[in-house]
Design a protein around this ligand. Structure first.
Ligand code: MAN
Length: 350
């Protein structure tokens, strides 16, 4: 096994029971995939909090944002034996052919003085708004660029899965920039600085007809308008990243180029992490890529949970050579691990 992550001894560091539901009638079902950043001398996680009502016997119910419903949330409920209901995946189900999520996610801050013990805010920090976020917002990356924090997250709605963006300077007031990349797309990680005059991001379109779930590079003059899209990293059939891949948090600039951690899932939806090295001046050039994962779901809390066999990251903080990686385990709990930049680089084939 090639796993080189040193997991926190206190893992999991946050569980659903540590978080207060956003409203009466909902329970926090899972905590997932936090963004991470430093602000005013503290370490912060931007958690994805996934909620739903307690599930009645023989029925499935899910919240959706609806400005016309009381409190802005409508609860959709169906009998599990309804022939129009197909419920096979804990994360999503179909009703009359339309896909619905089993939970509604919002983003919530948790702060820490030591990067290990976190106190979760009592209320949501950012909730979905408008038609394109009515099934919630998920898996936010946080990048500090030119003194402002940019949040890129998955915006889910009946119109599909898209990349939404908000920004803030003080974590109190936010500007919602709307959908910056339309469906089907997610896992958007901004590079923390301009490269040869342009901003760049990694993103992940998914195709249902021709094409796969590969990682693309996009460029932008202003972080809002994206073009010059190129597919730079493909899934590798038969390998640990054979079915789907997607970027983690922002790439890290090293002396050998941009180091990006990414997730890869195989055909059994087992999620591992790997690394890729991109050229410093032209990040469309892939210099090296992990053959084996650098992290695999091996701990019990990674193998069993809401959706087992998952390590998924979209947040880290950096101190010299040390990456403190925050990750969602088994789509249920929040964990942390340390990785060394040098050690990751050494695992990459020449
Ligand atoms: C997808 C996303 C993630 C989730 C993984 C594993 O990539 O929905 O949020 O963690 O699947 O279920």
């Amino acid at each position: 096994m090639a796993d080189i992550a040193r997991r926190f001894e206190t893992n999991p560091i946050l569980r659903p029971a540590d978080v207060k539901p956003s409203r009466e009638g909902l329970t926090v079902e899972c905590l997932l995939n936090p963004g991470a950043f430093r602000f005013e001398g503290r370490t912060w996680l931007l958690l994805r909090v996934a909620e739903r009502p307690p599930q009645p016997d023989g029925r499935i119910s899910t919240p959706v944002l609806d400005p016309l419903a009381p409190g802005g949330i409508a609860i959709l409920e169906y009998a599990l034996d309804d022939p129009d209901v197909v419920a096979k995946d804990p994360r999503a189900f179909q009703y009359k052919g339309q896909t619905l999520l089993t939970t509604l996610s919002h983003l919530r801050l948790a702060g820490s003085d030591d990067g290990v013990h976190f106190i979760v805010n009592e209320t949501p920090t950012l909730v979905g708004s408008g038609k394109l976020e009515s099934f919630g917002i998920e898996d936010s990356r946080v990048s500090e660029i030119d003194g402002r924090f940019y949040l890129t997250y998955t915006a889910v709605s009946p119109s599909g899965v898209a990349v939404g963006m908000s920004s803030t300077a003080d974590w109190k007031t936010f500007v919602n920039h709307g959908v910056i990349i339309p469906p089907s797309n997610k896992d958007c990680a901004l590079f923390p600085q301009k490269i040869s005059g342009d901003y760049f991001c990694l993103h992940r379109p998914s195709n249902v007809y021709i094409g796969g779930s590969d990682i693309w590079l996009g460029g932008s003059p202003d972080l809002l308008h994206w073009g010059d899209h190129r597919c730079i990293l493909y899934t590798r059939p038969g390998m640990w990243d054979g079915a789907r891949i997607g970027a983690g948090a922002e790439p890290i600039l090293t002396e050998r180029g941009w180091l990006a951690i990414y997730h890869g899932a195989d055909t059994n939806s087992r999620y591992c992490l790997g690394a890729v090295l991109l050229d410093r001046d032209d990040p469309s050039k892939v210099l090296a890529r992990s053959l084996e994962p650098i992290m695999e779901p091996v701990a019990p809390y990674e193998q069993t949970g809401f959706f087992g066999n998952v390590v998924f990251t979209n947040g880290h903080v950096l101190d010299g050579d040390t990456i403190t990686l925050y990750y969602g385990a088994a789509d249920e709990v929040i964990c942390g691990a340390y990785l060394s930049v040098q050690e990751i680089l050494e695992t990459l084939p020449d």
